[in-house]
Design a protein around this ligand. Structure first.
Ligand SMILES: *Cc1c(COP(=O)(O)O)cnc(C)c1O
Length: 231
């Protein structure tokens, strides 16, 4: 199967899942996740009509930058960002989906002000409570949002989560549902200060559940590019 075939197959699944949930398939964005993927394959995906990609490491985005420069696209950081990498990420990515602490937000705000730039961000929430995952706890999320909304260099767009790493579909679904509820709460509470319309959840294995629970952006890697080969 080619990248193009894989994408067509995923898009069909997105449409079916949306229909099952009585949602407009157009309201769901598919973002190719290109970590460990070579620039040639990324260019193939971009030429299928994708205007944005997700990467999880700053260093990897830097390494691929020149190879991808001629192919217009936006880059979303979806992996944990260390505060000492903030200066590298500003100007390099369009959205940080993994904003997960006040300390990181403050560093970003300062650096962005210094460079007179702005950035979009999603607050990452750890709905599964798994130790291996970053993200604030659901209880801390609204407090972090309240602080970040005051920061004029960071435009909050919504929430992101990684589904529970379990076989039980009910558990995965519950986590996504919790994120959707948090989003609604944030939308109500901060409606005049921010547009909280993005709900980034669902990957190759749990994308359809996420769509049924309200995802507006799914992050799909291996189902498009095949199994990852880590160096
Ligand atoms: C790798 C990754 C994905 C994509 O995972 P697949 O299972 O390959 O689709 C999505 N989101 C995040 C945060 C990731 O790190």
């Amino acid at each position: 199967m080619s990248i193009k075939d894989n994408i067509a197959c995923i898009q069909k699944k997105i449409v079916s899942a949306a229909q099952r949930a009585n949602r407009d398939p157009q309201s769901i964005l598919l973002m190719p996740v290109t970590k460990t993927v070579a620039p040639e394959a990324i260019i193939e995906a971009i030429s299928c009509g994708f205007a944005m990609i997700g990467e999880n490491k700053v260093q990897e985005i830097q390494a691929k930058y020149s190879a991808l420069e001629a192919f217009p696209h936006k880059t979303h950081l979806i992996g944990h960002l260390q505060t000492n990498k903030v200066k590298d990420v500003v100007g390099l990515v369009d959205c940080i989906q993994s904003l997960d602490s006040l300390r990181l937000a403050k560093k970003l705000q300062d650096r962005l002000a210094y460079e007179d730039k702005t950035i979009e961000a999603l607050v990452q929430v750890n709905v599964s409570g798994e130790q291996s995952k970053s993200g604030v706890s659901p209880e801390e999320a609204l407090a972090l949002i309240k602080e970040v909304i005051q920061m004029d260099r960071i435009t909050l767009r919504g929430l992101m989560t990684i589904g529970a790493n379990v076989d039980d579909e009910k558990v995965i679904r519950q986590g996504f549902r919790q994120l959707a509820m948090l989003q609604q709460e944030a939308q109500q509470r901060f409606s005049h200060q921010a547009d909280f319309s993005v709900l980034s959840m669902g990957m190759s294995g749990d994308m359809e559940i996420a769509i049924e629970e309200g995802a507006t952006l799914v992050r799909v890697g291996s189902a498009i590019f095949g199994k990852r080969h880590y160096l």
